[in-house]
Design a protein around this ligand. Structure first.
Ligand SMILES: C[S@@+](CC[C@H](N)C(=O)[O-])C[C@H]1O[C@@H](n2cnc3c(N)ncnc32)[C@H](O)[C@@H]1O
Length: 277
C-alpha cells in the first residue's frame, strides 16, 4: 500500500470522524475525494501516510489537525446572486413586508456563507431596495455570515475577489456600482455594502442561540451534505432563532418537508421560501 492509499478500515474510520465532527456524510465510494483533499496535509503535519494520519484523529491533543481536515473536506462552491430568485423576493416582497413593521433593524443570517458572496449579494439587494423605495425603511440591516471553514471566512472578511469569482453571477452594472477596482484584476466590495456584514466561525452542529434572533435565515446548499437526523436538528433549532413570521431560504434541492413541520411553504412571484408557522 502506498502512502496515499486508504484501507477499508481507514475509510470507514474517516467517514465516522467527519460525520461526527461536522455532519458531512461521505458516500461509500469517495476515496478519491478524501485522498485528493488530504494528501497535502501529510507534509504539513509530518505523517508518513494517510492511514497513519487518520489513526491519529482519535487522539485528544490534535485539534489543529482536525480543524485543517474539516476545512479541507468542505465544498465551498458559491456565486453572486445564486439562483437569483431569493434576491428578487427580498427586493420585491420581503423587505417591504418587514419595513411595514417599522423595526429599528432587520437581521439576516447567512448560515454556511462560504466566501461571502451570499451575504454581500443580500446587502447589495438591500441597497437596490432602498434606491427604489426611498424613505420606506429607515432602520439598519445587519447580516451575520457564518461558516465552519476559516479559509473561506478569511476571504469573506477581506471582501476582495478575483476575476474568476467576479465573473460568476455579477452584472456589469452591479460590478460598477458596488465594487472598487484594486488595479490588479481584483475588486473590493464597497464599504456601503460590506459594513452591513460580519463573519464568524460557526459549526452548524454546535449551539447557535447566542447569535440572537433573525428575521430571515439563508441556509442554502449545505443541508444536502447532512444526514436526516442532522437536517431535522438544524432546522428545528433554526426555527427557534427566527422572529415571528420569519423566512428561511434553502437551496434549490433542499426542503424542510419530512424533517421539520415548523415551516410553511410560501410561493411568491419569483420563487419559493419557507415561513415560520
Ligand atoms: C456549497 S457551500 C454553500 C455556500 C452558500 N450558502 C451558497 O449557497 O452559495 C457550503 C458551505 O457550507 C459549509 N459547511 C459545511 N459543513 C458545515 C457545518 N457543519 N457548519 C457550518 N458550515 C458548514 C462549507 O464550509 C461551505 O462553505
Amino acid at each position: 500500500m502506498n502512502q496515499h492509499t486508504l484501507s477499508k478500515n481507514d475509510y470507514e474510520n474517516f467517514r465516522a470522524f467527519l460525520e461526527n465532527a461536522c455532519g458531512i456524510v461521505l458516500g461509500e465510494n469517495k476515496h478519491y475525494l478524501v485522498t485528493s483533499r488530504l494528501t497535502r496535509l501529510l507534509d504539513e503535519f509530518n505523517y508518513p501516510s494517510l492511514g497513519n494520519m487518520i489513526d491519529k484523529l482519535g487522539q485528544a491533543n490534535n485539534s489543529a489537525l482536525k480543524d485543517k481536515i474539516i476545512d479541507a473536506m468542505t465544498t465551498n462552491e458559491t456565486s453572486w446572486f445564486r439562483d437569483k430568485y431569493p434576491f428578487e423576493m427580498l427586493k420585491n416582497e420581503i423587505f417591504n413586508e418587514l419595513a411595514a413593521k417599522k423595526p429599528p433593524r432587520i437581521r439576516i443570517w447567512s448560515a454556511a456563507s462560504s466566501s461571502g458572496q451570499e451575504a454581500y449579494s443580500i446587502s447589495m439587494t438591500f441597497s437596490e431596495y432602498q434606491m427604489k423605495n426611498p424613505g420606506k425603511f429607515s432602520g439598519q440591516l445587519e447580516i451575520v455570515g457564518t461558516d465552519i471553514s476559516p479559509t473561506v471566512l478569511k476571504l469573506a472578511r477581506e471582501a476582495k475577489y478575483d476575476e474568476l469569482s467576479l465573473s460568476r453571477g455579477l452584472s456589469p452594472e452591479r460590478l460598477q456600482r458596488f465594487f472598487i477596482d484594486q488595479g490588479d484584476g481584483g475588486q473590493k466590495v464597497k464599504p456601503e455594502v460590506a459594513s452591513r456584514c460580519r463573519f464568524t466561525e460557526l459549526n452548524l452542529l454546535n449551539n447557535y442561540s447566542l447569535l440572537g434572533k433573525f428575521d430571515i435565515i439563508f441556509c442554502r446548499n449545505v443541508l444536502i451534505y447532512f444526514s436526516a437526523d442532522i437536517k431535522k436538528d438544524i432546522l428545528t433549532r433554526m426555527a427557534k432563532l427566527l422572529n415571528k413570521g420569519g423566512y428561511l431560504f434553502l437551496g434549490g434541492s433542499e426542503s424542510p418537508t419530512g424533517y421539520c413541520d415548523l415551516f410553511e411553504m410560501v410561493k411568491l412571484n419569483s420563487g419559493v421560501v419557507y415561513r415560520l408557522k
